[in-house]
Design a protein around this ligand. Structure first.
Ligand code: NDP
Length: 680
């Protein structure tokens, strides 16, 4: 019986209504699975995501969602062996699969960790500072992010059946938006298997993820302005989807990541005897051969100083000659197959087009020695290195051969290299290999407008470098212009893509209630109990303690200077201090002011406050002179219980004023406070 892939719709697995189209192994052409989406109710999928998945996610805070992702990432990681096994049919070697499978699970774990560290334990998050909109401070503005109420539809490419969907799913999930995942048909059997394990784990809330195997059919017709579509694939399909009436008229968010003529530049300062020369060549060969070059980030154009073109061709050819092509199951194999015969035919077509202006200097498109498999039934191809003698010829800058193919192009100087890079009309990534940091700075500034990511490699960072081709969860992935103009990942930036930014205007009390973060001017509550005696369950935003006044004496300043060794003239030398245009005499150290303030607000006995872990945004606003009197007002600003810990973070607003009510220092104090004993 054939392995007919199922879709996961409205909380259950459904089989298509027909026999489906065969999906063939890239290695030997046998049928791995069949695929079709016929009969799948796409309108019901969208409705279910909005009706069931959205509310289920909305009920969780960022931290709670992050905890589920962590559990999911660990579960998938523990069972990864079967994914590697199936991945071989896509033509992937184990090294390729690591990028896809471990890379995908790692991205999930990275998002979990980022969200716990950088987002509040809440369902909304604040963007930027308060904007004061009126003179008296009763009318303020604050930007907030809330989860959009739609569904995140992802349409993926064939080359990363695991990473491709997880790198989109993780940020959407943290943002509280349910996903519908549509893998590229060619390799959908691997996505389906991983997805099946996700559902079996029971970790994710009902409706938060659904899977559509097969054609997307009229899926976009059912979307509206709260939804988003994130597409990865060819520029042609991106253009078709961009022109879809729903995308054009509903205001849904559409992002695309399409073909990209990424380049790697060998710096003009590098000679053949430098370690950077080897780094450059090694990276070029790696990018040509990992995933058989089927990576949106692979190096398509190798820009090298004109006088080193022959040396780079020679060195790269030597390395390429050592690459064994064949069955990924064979341990000696360094490069597997392309995803299918159709893909190989596409690549061959592109190579033929490239040869209009470039010559092949390594490899034969029509013949390849294959280990452990039949060269006819598998989608194998030799790595192909070309040289474009005419650097301005259009083909190498326009044609993306989505396989193990790169073109070497000579350049005259750094400005020429930057100009040639820009001829890619916008790329995902550029890399530059140079020893010269100053030169690197100049070139990076020139490359940046045309690239989503720029890697500068040299012998200092090479060992730690993650390489030209690796998008990282903490860095943005995407590129301008031809690369699609979209942006994914980038840590919390990727989460915010799924959220709505709204400018809220109102009084300090309204903004405090909305953002659950105390805003200057909002109500303060001074009770009988010192706020430091309240645990996380008792403490409320706005709880306040006022300490002081406390006079600062010259003896305090002298003592602090001597005790700490900070004898800067403004604190110790009356004459020099008098000449200082800002102070006009001896002033107290800023850190003395902060230390005295702590002495005024602290409640010393053991209690729920466990630690002070820092201050944020410390500003000294008015000089403090001897005999000035200080008063401190400390207000609970934000309370963030930590998931799976018996304490949480409390951010306090601290303002120190002098006897004239002028603020002399303002900052946030950060503490860890115990949860109530029972809940801990
Ligand atoms: P496609 O654009 O054909 O397919 C990408 C995805 O879009 C697949 O899931 C496909 O589904 C889906 N799709 C195709 N047509 C439609 C449509 N009309 N409506 C909705 N969804 C649609 O790209 P390929 O995967 O075939 O790759 C072709 C080229 O794309 C490569 O040669 C390369 O140039 C580029 N590419 C770029 C990548 C990148 O990351 N930037 C990655 C991979 C490829 P189905 O498979 O079911 O047809």
């Amino acid at each position: 019986m054939s392995n007919l892939l199922q879709s996961y719709v409205e909380g259950r697995w459904v089989s298509p209504g027909d026999e489906g189209t065969p999906l063939l192994s890239a290695v030997d052409g046998h049928e791995v699975a069949r695929i079709s989406s016929s009969g799948v109710d796409l309108a019901a999928m969208v409705d279910y995501a909005r009706r069931v998945g959205g509310p289920a996610l909305a009920a969780l805070t960022f931290h709670e969602r992050a905890a589920l992702l962590k559990q999911l990432g660990m579960t998938l990681m523990a069972g990864k062996a079967e994914f590697y096994e199936l991945s071989r049919h896509t033509g992937a070697t184990d090294r390729d699969s690591a990028v896809d499978i471990d890379g995908g699970f790692g991205t999930v774990l990275s998002y979990s960790s980022k969200a716990r560290r950088e987002l509040p334990n809440d369902t909304i998050c604040l963007d930027g500072d308060i904007e004061q909109l009126g003179k008296k401070g009763t009318f303020l503005g604050q930007h907030i992010y809330t989860s959009r109420r739609g569904v995140a539809v992802q349409i993926n490419a064939f080359n990363f059946p695991v990473w491709g969907f997880l790198e989109k799913l993780a940020p959407a999930f943290i943002a509280g938006v349910p996903s519908i995942i549509k893998p590229a048909s060619q390799t959908a059997y691997l996505t389906e298997l991983v997805f099946r394990r996700i559902i079996e784990s029971g970790i994710l809330p009902e409706g938060s993820v659904q899977l559509l195997c097969g054609s997307a059919r009229d899926l976009l017709d059912h979307l509206d302005g709260q939804d988003s579509v994130a597409f990865t694939g060819s520029a042609d399909t991106a253009a078709t989807l961009r022109a879809h009436p729903t995308v054009v008229s509903s205001g849904l968010r559409f992002t695309a990541e399409a073909d990209s003529l990424n380049c790697s530049i060998l710096g003009p300062d590098v000679s053949t005897s430098d370690p950077e020369f080897d780094l450059y060549v090694k990276q070029l060969v790696t990018e040509m051969t990992v995933k058989a070059g089927q990576k949106c980030t692979a190096i398509r154009r190798a820009l090298v100083p004109e006088n080193l073109v022959d040396d780079v061709i020679r060195a790269a050819s030597e390395r390429l000659a050592a690459i064994t092509v064949g069955n990924p199951a064979d341990e000696s194999v360094r490069m597997g197959a392309l995803a299918g015969i159709d893909q190989r035919d596409e690549v061959l077509k592109s190579i033929r087009a490239l040869t209009k202006s470039a010559t092949i200097v390594f490899g034969d498109p029509d013949s390849v020695e294959v280990v452990g498999a039949d060269a006819v039934s598998g989608a194998f191809l030799s790595p192909i290195l070309l040289h474009a003698a005419d650097k301005t010829a259009p083909e190498p800058h326009d044609i993306e051969a989505f396989g193990p193919v790169s073109t070497i192009i000579g350049y005259s100087d750094a400005a020429d290299a930057v100009a040639l890079a820009a001829r890619g009309k916008g790329s995902l990534v550029a890399s530059l290999v140079t020893k010269d940091a100053e030169l690197a700075g100049e070139i990076v500034r020139g490359l940046a407008p045309f690239h989503g990511r720029v890697l500068v490699l040299n012998s200092e960072d090479a060992r730690e470098s993650t390489g030209h081709g690796s998008p990282l969860p903490v860095l943005v992935h995407g590129g301008p212009g031809r690369a699609g103009g979209g942006e994914e990942l980038g840590g919390i930036r990727g989460v915010l893509h799924h959220m709505q930014r709204t400018a809220v205007q109102g009084t300090p009390d309204v903004l405090t209630a909305t953002g659950r973060r105390w805003v200057t001017g909002a109500r303060r509550v001074q009770g009988e109990t010192h706020p430091f005696r309240k645990d996380l369950g008792e403490l409320r935003i706005g709880d306040t303690i006022v300490g002081g006044p406390r006079q600062v004496t010259r003896a305090d300043i002298d003592h602090f200077a001597e005790f700490t060794g900070d004898t800067f003239y403004a604190h110790t030398d009356p004459e020099a201090a008098a000449a200082n245009p800002l102070f006009g005499g001896i002033v107290a150290h800023g850190y003395l002011v902060v230390s005295l303030a702590a002495g005024l607000f602290v409640d010393p006995a053991p209690g729920p406050v466990l630690a002070n872990f820092g201050v944020d945004n410390l500003r000294f606003l008015t000089p403090v002179k001897a005999e000035d009197s200080l008063t401190v007002t400390l207000t609970a600003k934000q309370i963030t219980p930590r998931q799976s810990a018996d304490y949480g973070e409390v951010r306090w607003d601290a303002v120190v004023t002098n006897q004239n009510d002028e603020p002399v220092a303002a900052y946030d104090v950060l503490t860890l406070v115990a949860k109530p004993a029972a809940s801990a």
